[in-house]
Design a binder for this molecule. Sequence first.
Ligand SMILES: [Zn+2]
Length: 107
Amino acid sequence: MKKVVKFECDICSELYTLAESAIKCEKRHRLTEKLIPEFIEKIKIKYPDIDIQWEYYKRENQYDISHNYIYEDIKFSSYVGELIKEMFFNNRIFNVCFAYDYNKYKF
Ligand SMILES: [Zn+2]
């Protein structure tokens, strides 16, 4: 029986057959964690009163960015949508979600 050596991403614990792939995965996490604060800053320039927090959920390997801005406002959604596309999707980062947090900000 051939023994398969697995390489683990230190951040999400995903297993890879190539060490290179595990390193790539870690690099992507680092890039994501660098981009999220930049993303938040860009929103705050336009919407200074907004509160935005983010957390990483290892089990889902997902970055949840939550905010307290109740958007009736199409401008907000399209501004944020463009940023998400430009900063995350264009970098092939798809495990980021941005949503109003009902639990955190309920009245
Ligand atoms: Zn990973």
